[in-house]
Design a protein around this ligand. Structure first.
Ligand code: XIL
Length: 298
């Protein structure tokens, strides 16, 4: 096939992009999106600060724009993200204890209910583990409400939208390391205790190298009985960019339960990693070497 989405579909997978509602009026951007991708993720528009700017007042206009773009394309829509320590509205940032826990679970219930039946996979909890060698949870206002906040969020999401796959999503998990092992142990525990979890997202914000056990790490999670997805892929520009993109693509294809790949933007000029040129299309929307390398690997 001649596009990323159609090529991924040949093995039952999707190839997606993070989309910004504010760019949908850009014809070059939307042209590439419509042509190449069969999954979309809202880059910011479904986050807590965007969807509940004041407590109990929900705003879905921009999230719905992304959803409707995805529906119009016949694409899968990934929901990102119900709970995260970043991009919380100010009112939540200043809360704690039971009040915060209740507000957080209400947020999960309300947003997942609004999008019920439309979301392929939700990132229910994003980035809850610490970097470094501890393998422990990250300190945050949410973590301080009690270690069970993650499973409470997954149970609330399942009740609100039983059809969505529920994912835990994180970064610096691109190989077997202390952080990914901490997450692995949580997922194993959730599966053993019947906490509803269906998938693990590997953001894969990569530099100029990739861990030799990237695929083995995906496989060990899949072996726990969850799907795995590459959820926010971007790779620093450098001599290895095309090769690293190919390595990630081949790793996903080699893991039966790796169901799709999402790149975190379309053109380099759309990327949050300003100046790193980490995406598949250049600023003018032309295919880069990394694009050709992904297409031939799919
Ligand atoms: C980023 C967006 O790309 C930026 O536009 C925003 O300013 C900050 O967030 N991990 C995630 C994503 O889970 O939500 C982040 O997205 C990138 C890191």
């Amino acid at each position: 096939a001649t596009t990323l989405g159609a090529s991924a579909a040949q093995t039952g997978r999707y190839y997606g992009a993070a989309v910004a509602a504010g760019r949908l009026g850009d014809a070059t951007y939307t042209g590439i999106l419509n042509r190449e991708f069969n999954s979309v993720t809202a880059e910011n528009e479904m986050k807590w600060d965007a969807t509940e700017p004041a407590q109990g007042r929900f705003t879905y206009a921009n999230g719905d724009r992304i959803l409707n773009q995805g529906i119009a394309m016949g694409a899968k829509v990934r929901g990102h993200a119900l709970l995260w320590h970043q991009q919380q509205p100010g009112w939540a940032r200043s809360m704690s204890g039971a009040a915060l826990r209740n507000a957080a679970i209400n947020h999960v219930t309300q947003v997942a209910t609004h999008y019920r039946g439309r979301i392929h996979s939700w990132d229910v909890v994003n980035e809850a583990f610490a970097d470094g060698g501890s393998g422990a949870r990250r300190d945050s206002n949410l973590q301080r409400t009690g270690n069970d906040w993650i499973e409470a969020a997954f149970r609330a999401a399942r009740a609100a939208d039983p059809g969505a796959k529920l994912c835990y999503n994180d970064y610096n998990t691109d190989g077997v390391n202390a952080k990914s092992t901490g997450i692995y142990n949580m997922v194993r525990d959730f599966k053993a205790r019947g906490v509803p979890i269906d998938c693990v997202g590997f953001q894969s914000h990569l530099g100029t190298g990739i861990s030799g056990d990237y695929q083995a790490n995906l496989q060990r999670f899949a072996d726990l009985g969850v799907d795995v997805q590459i959820t926010e892929l971007d790779v620093a520009q450098g001599g290895n960019q095309a090769n690293i993109y190919a390595t990630v693509t081949r790793a996903c294809l080699a893991v039966a339960r790796c169901t799709g790949i999402t790149v975190w933007g379309i053109r380099d000029s759309d990327s949050w990693r300003t100046g790193e040129n980490p995406l598949l299309f250049d600023n003018s929307g032309n295919r880069k070497a990394a694009y050709n390398s992904v297409l031939s690997a799919l």
